[in-house]
Design a protein around this ligand. Structure first.
Ligand SMILES: Nc1ncnc2c1ncn2[C@@H]1O[C@H](COP(=O)(O)OP(=O)(O)OP(=O)(O)O)[C@@H](O)[C@H]1O
Length: 354
């Protein structure tokens, strides 16, 4: 604005009013001085008021026309009043601009506000309207390994009409799939690697990344819930806990995620219950190594190695130096072979116990 422009003061005389009117008309005629020009430079601010960038030029032009039609000399004085115009006047104008847009383009602003809400990364629970339409109960089965947490959750799953199990491993999904089908509860299996459909099934056992959030379940089981804190895969547990449309969600794991799940339940307006478990048998770390080498391996032992070559080598050693037979499972093993190996190991009548 020109330095010669008057400061915003009260009007005292009609001569002054006409001077301001003249200046208003002159300044408004040059677009940059109408202050709508300043608003133009504030597109981002307008976005914050849900005025989209593509609506902005049209809205700003309409607002400018509107201003020129209705502005009183007072307004002209305030808006064009010398250096003091800058921020304070723009703030005033901006509020009027927003009010004008709300009045003139209600549908556009509402649509953009709705779209912005769905993209609000701070409220992930709102991304799952189906789950939010259900008042869910989250039951946290917490305790150390082998304390029977998953067993209890699976009991609830098996007795439900429609259920879903989500686990971190294909093998766990497969174990549940086989167990439920063996117990007469028809169950599909869905993993990234394979999909097995059982006609008429009401249940599905899947890896957690594969769980469908579009199918209602009476009971859902989310296993190894502490993995929600995993930097690479934790998102899949978060998605399952927030998004599963199930009446009851049984989450199983150690107690490290209790606080977080309790908070998520509160945010989702779900019920929360904590059930804690103790180990049924003690777990102790052996003081020494196997004195007789692989000949000391006992039925039920599990040996972990870090390469395929090592695994085959150890299997050979165990079978040659003891009367045990060993099964093998590793990541690259085809799913069908892995299942056959797991079946061999789990068969109570079989002789593959390592
Ligand atoms: N009440 C029970 N009756 C019969 N078997 C049970 C019972 N509770 C647990 N088990 C068995 O004990 C074993 C360990 O139970 P489960 O897998 O439920 O433990 P967990 O606490 O979930 O262990 P993890 O943390 O390793 O998953 C399983 O083979 C399970 O079938």
């Amino acid at each position: 604005m020109g330095a010669a422009a008057a400061r915003p003061t009260k009007f005292a005389s009609s001569a002054r009013i006409s001077a301001v009117e003249g200046r208003w008309a002159g300044l408004a005629g040059r677009r940059r001085c109408s202050n709508v020009g300043s608003i133009r430079r504030r597109r981002r601010r307008a976005l914050g008021a849900f005025i989209r960038a593509d609506l902005f030029p049209r809205a700003a032009a309409a607002f400018r026309k509107f201003l020129l039609r209705v502005a009183t000399p007072d307004a002209a004085e305030a808006v064009t009043g010398g250096q003091s115009y800058s921020l304070a006047a723009e703030d005033v104008l901006f509020d009027y601009f927003v009010a004008f847009c709300r009045h003139s383009y209600p549908a556009q602003l509402a649509a953009y506000e709705k779209a912005a809400a769905t993209m609000d990364m701070r409220a992930p629970h709102s991304w799952y309207p189906y789950a939010r339409s259900i008042h869910r109960k989250i039951i946290y089965h917490g305790g150390p390994t082998n304390s029977g947490k998953t067993y209890q959750a699976l009991q609830a799953l098996a007795s439900a009409k429609r259920g879903v199990y989500c686990g971190p491993l294909r093998l766990l999904a497969m174990e549940v799939y086989e167990q439920l089908n063996a117990d007469g509860v028809r169950c599909d299996m869905v993993t990234g690697q394979e999909v097995l459909r059982v006609p008429g099934s009401g249940h599905v056992a899947c890896t957690v990344e594969m769980v469908s959030l579009n199918t209602h379940a009476d009971v859902a089981v989310v296993d190894e819930i502490q993995m929600i804190g995993d930097s690479a895969r934790g998102f899949a547990w978060t998605r399952a806990v927030l998004g599963l449309p199930a009446n009851e969600i049984h989450v199983c794991g150690d107690l490290s995620a209790v606080g977080l799940i309790r908070q998520l339940a509160a945010v989702c307006d779900d019920e929360f219950e904590l059930r804690t478990y103790d180990r049924m048998t003690p777990l102790a770390v052996d003081e020494g190594c196997l004195p007789q080498g692989w000949a000391d391996v006992q039925p039920g032992d599990c040996i972990v190695a870090f390469s395929r070559q090592q695994l085959y080598h150890i299997k050979r050693e165990v079978e040659q130096s003891s009367d045990q037979k060993a099964c093998l499972v590793y990541g690259a093993l085809p799913a069908e072979t892995r299942r056959a190996q797991a079946r061999l190991f789990n068969d109570p009548e079989g002789d593959h116990k390592v």
